[in-house]
Design a protein around this ligand. Sequence first.
Ligand code: HEC
Length: 233
Amino acid sequence: MALADPADADGDGISGRARLVDDANGALALGRFGGKATAASLDMQTADAAAIDLGLSSVFVPLPHGDCTPAQKACRAMATGRSAAFENEEISREMIALVSAYVRSLEPGNGDPREAPPELFAEIGCAACHRPTMPDRAGKPLAVYTDLLLHDLGPEAAGSIPDRGVSPSEWRTAPLLDLDPMQGKRRYLHDGRAATIAEAIALHGGEADASRRAFLRLGAADRKRLVDFLSRR
Ligand code: HEC
């Protein structure tokens, strides 16, 4: 939260803002998960995905018809699987907790978390959003390369729909992890529109425009050094 600068008070052209969302207890908390920072915890991210992607309701997201709107009458008229066995929803709190415990057990990234980025990562402004480390709950630094804030990346990276107060071109800084686990077969940005890491950087507009231009001005050797570092993460 301390990193947020919604009105760009420091005048660096970068105005990250924190998104506050309901956490599982009904209080407001920082949205950390999802491209639009929609969920404050892994339980809520799991419950969101169950409801919106799979149409399975829970006490956290009680939407048995997923994101079908009132205009989608046939969808809304379908039977639901709500059951007294699952707290009158389609899946129970316990099922959500088991899925999020599994996700929590996965190891992040392939790379060595102690490998420092080349200095030019900060020099050309990448580190303004992709913070090399953030503290975990115990204060231990985690090499996640995100500030967890929403930034406007302009039309180049925009989607087509807003999300409750978040514009189509605003995205939570993607963590730079597991960037090349399949040796060139992964795609990048929220919808996979970039085929390579360099193309993903070239599609950074808006608040990241100056940083993108600085990247494109680098000599071939520096650009390769940066992309090689990122593909080891
Ligand atoms: C103003 C903030 C900002 C700056 C500056 C910035 N980025 Fe990003 N970056 C983002 C956001 C937000 C996303 C997620 C966009 C999306 O999902 O469409 C992203 C996504 C990426 C991705 C794709 C990650 C993935 O998993 O698909 C890469 C790679 C990346 N940035 C590298 C860089 C590099 C290298 C620099 C410096 C040249 C840089 N970024 C500068 C905010 C920024």
